[in-house]
Design a binder for this molecule. Structure first.
Ligand code: ZN
Length: 342
């Protein structure tokens, strides 16, 4: 039964990825001619963009000597294209609204309103809040471990998984930072950094789920379990960065790694007598439900809040509960170990 649900879930997610790739908006001839015209004369209607000042051979007009760098021209060209696409999209959406037609996607993304130059302000804000929540969780875990709970000889914590959670915190902070950057400016580099950080975090949390779920405490066994997974994640990151960023394949890798760790945690919570296992269940269940938002993708409300942004919003309270479970686990394990030592 469970297997059937998992397969349906994977297919649904894959389908959503395939749909995202084909955008109606940028196939629209009105939109296309607007962008081509804008890139030639640098204006959409009354609005003109200084970054679109190129001469016929693509060299900037009136450039000072220090701006002759080709990178600089590339950046200008990118900015010109981005401005043209954005304002043409707004024009088209305004026209369509008059004919009471709903929004469509452009280049794989819904028409968002920019705020302070941020492309998807909702997702940026929620990514930043996720980052803050992980930071809060990590700091409180740190304080509990080193200042509230008893320490072993050499000021080391009793909790056997403390080092693993510290690495988890660092990778989470890194991943949410790049998510915020990517949602504010979607270029090749920011996209790759965001995708790679997310894959690394997912791969690592899978290792963590296995080590904690199966109570792996022995150093040699830990290395043996994580080595093949680390090798796989490294290969995958190299593949999406230096070969091709295949969205479907990448999503499949992420979903499989995500589903396996959810299953491990759910089963672990079911069979263990951990006092805080309800927190694990809550996170696994709500996390699974929240993933539906990625499948039932809807256009942004007021040009700001779309399904993806809401998905990032739901992980904020889940992150709080998750770190609270980690603190409980540290307390539970420490009290058990101290009792044994006496
Ligand atoms: Zn995102």
């Amino acid at each position: 039964m469970l297997v059937r649900y998992v397969v349906a879930f994977l297919l649904g997610l894959l389908w959503s990825v395939l749909v995202v790739d084909a955008s109606l908006g940028d196939a629209d001839p009105h939109y296309r001619s607007c962008v081509t015209q804008c890139q030639e004369n640098g204006c959409v209607g009354q609005k003109c963009f200084p970054n679109c000042k190129f001469s016929s051979d693509g060299v900037l007009i009136d450039r000072p000597w220090y701006m002759q760098d080709s990178l600089y021209i590339q950046w200008k060209k990118w900015d010109c294209q981005s401005d043209c696409r954005y304002y043409c999209m707004l024009e088209r959406e305004k026209e369509k609204e008059l004919h009471s037609l709903g929004p469509v996607k452009y280049h794989g993304k819904w028409p968002f309103k920019r705020i302070y130059g941020m492309q998807e302000p909702g997702s940026v804000a929620f990514s930043a809040l996720n980052l803050a929540m992980h930071f809060h969780g990590w700091i409180s875990f740190f304080i509990l471990l080193y200042y509230k709970l008893p320490l072993k000889y050499g000021k080391k914590p009793y909790y056997e998984y403390s080092g693993l959670w510290h690495i988890y915190a660092l990778l989470s902070l890194n991943s949410w930072f790049w998510s915020a950057v990517f949602h504010s400016r979607d270029v090749d580099l920011t996209e790759k950094l965001d995708y790679s950080s997310a894959v690394v975090l997912l791969g690592y949390s899978l290792i963590l789920a296995i080590l904690r779920g199966f109570n792996v405490k022995d150093e040699a066994t830990r290395v043996m379990v994580s080595a093949p997974l680390i090798a796989f994640v490294v290969t995958h990151v190299m593949y999406i960065n230096f070969y091709t960023l295949d969205y479907g394949w990448n999503m499949m890798v992420c979903v499989i790694m995500g589903v396996i760790q959810l299953v491990i945690w759910a089963v672990w919570a079911g069979v263990s007598c951990h006092p805080s296992r309800w927190k694990v269940w809550l996170v696994v269940f709500s996390g699974g439900l929240a993933m539906l938002l990625e499948i039932y993708d809807f256009p942004p409300y007021q040009g700001l809040l779309d399904a993806h942004a809401l998905w990032h919003a739901t992980t904020i309270p889940l992150t709080y509960i998750w770190w609270s479970f980690v603190r409980d686990d540290a307390e539970f394990r420490t009290s058990n170990l101290v009792k044994k030592a006496k």
